[in-house]
Ligand binder design. Structure first.
Ligand SMILES: Cc1ncc(COP(=O)(O)O)c(C=O)c1O
Length: 354
């Protein structure tokens, strides 16, 4: 791997670190001092630089603002027991970023800029990685079409940025979800598997309506009759029925979640039966009627697991049993935390320790 030896670093003259209440980290409230910036023009990426986190200046005809060529990632760095910092599954996030970019007709992001740039950024802002159990440094890499030109076309110029924010886990409390049967998030051949801005913008109205009806999130469905569960707003959906962990299979309409992948592996290692297959609302209703469904949860970087205590299907609220630390989701969550913090060995090389 080529090292970015020439990366220029301009340090902030005023660190905001002392303003952070690390025991009370509201998601996105604090942004770390520095960001990585790298520009693409004339067909290639230029030398990245690390600069103080600051506003951007954009011309009103910047292409991203009009035609939506924007892609982002969401990942986390953890403070390990020995004090080192671990960026969890960096390679898989980099790979997914490039799959998203490809779908949005945006240029490939080389590993040495994504990974090495990020490592240098985190090394500089090392003190922003929280020590508190369950807290971490959220990492937001993103890219947008920075070319200013009115024509409807893929841009010739792009900007890549990474900034970070100390956070604690969200959705610790169980959530209520509504199976969405009016709107869809993604369709076959569309952009559902890509982490592009438009997927999220399009999901806001249905989610807002669900919230007005008393639910926290929607469960997206797919298919002509909208019967098969895909995923949730920011998480993949998982169910435990008859002691089997069931989740929708990957496709071009679902995000290939890093947490999903990790939990599936850990469940298999425990000897739990795992099925990646279509799961329909009829099957869920039968499982509620027969009391064979014992867990439902979202899996994603922000929450790790978000327990679901109620699922609304076609006008009926179905309640899940109470959860304890012995539930599969909580065992898997604990195991993941133990790997990330170095308490147990990292047999799959998921940790990128800097
Ligand atoms: C639509 C969607 N599904 C699933 C996930 C979970 O993916 P991950 O576990 O990689 O955070 C996310 C969050 O990134 C998401 O935005």
């Amino acid at each position: 791997m080529e090292m970015l030896t020439g990366i220029s670093i301009k340090k902030t003259t005023y660190s905001k670190l002392k303003e952070v209440d690390f025991d009370n980290l509201e998601f996105g409230k604090y942004i770390a001092d520095h960001m990585l910036v790298c520009d693409y023009y004339e067909g290639e990426w230029h030398q990245p630089k690390i600069v103080p986190f600051a506003n951007l200046s954009l011309r009103p005809d910047t292409l991203a603002l009009h035609y939506g060529q924007t892609v982002f990632e969401g990942m986390k760095a953890f403070r390990m027991e020995d004090g080192k910092v671990n960026i969890f599954r960096l390679d898989k996030h980099h790979d997914r970023f490039n799959r998203s970019l490809h779908r949005m007709c945006m240029p490939y992001m080389p590993e040495e800029i994504f990974s090495e740039g990020l490592k240098q950024l985190i090394t500089l802002d090392n003190e922003w990685v929280p020590n508190q159990e369950g807290s971490s440094l959220y990492i937001r890499p993103f890219m947008y079409a920075s070319e200013a030109r009115l024509g409807v076309k893929p841009a010739d110029e792009y900007r890549f940025i990474i900034f970070t924010s100390p956070v604690q886990s969200v959705f610790a409390k169980p959530i209520k979800v509504k199976v969405e049967t009016e709107y869809i998030r993604a369709a076959k051949g569309g952009t559902g598997f890509a982490k592009c801005g438009g997927n999220y913008g399009g999901s806001f109205l249905p989610t807002q309506r669900a919230k007005q009806q008393g639910y926290d999130q929607v469960l997206w469905t797919v298919g002509k009759d909208k019967k098969f569960i895909e995923e949730s707003g920011m998480m993949n959906a998982m169910f435990v029925i008859n002691n089997t962990l069931i989740t929708a299979p990957l496709s071009d309409s679902i995000l290939d979640g890093v947490t999903r992948d990790s939990l599936i592996q850990l469940a298999k290692d425990k000897g739990v039966a795992v099925e990646e297959r279509r799961i329909g609302t009829d099957e869920l209703i039968t499982a509620f009627r027969d009391n064979t469904i014992t867990e439902a949860f979202g899996a994603g970087t922000a929450a790790v697991v978000a327990p679901i205590n109620l699922i609304h299907i076609d006008g009926v609220d179905y309640k899940l049993p109470f959860y304890t630390v012995n539930n599969l989701m909580n065992q898997l969550k604990q195991q993941l935390e133990d790997i990330r913090t170095g308490r147990v060995s990292d047999i799959y090389n998921w940790n990128h320790i800097i």
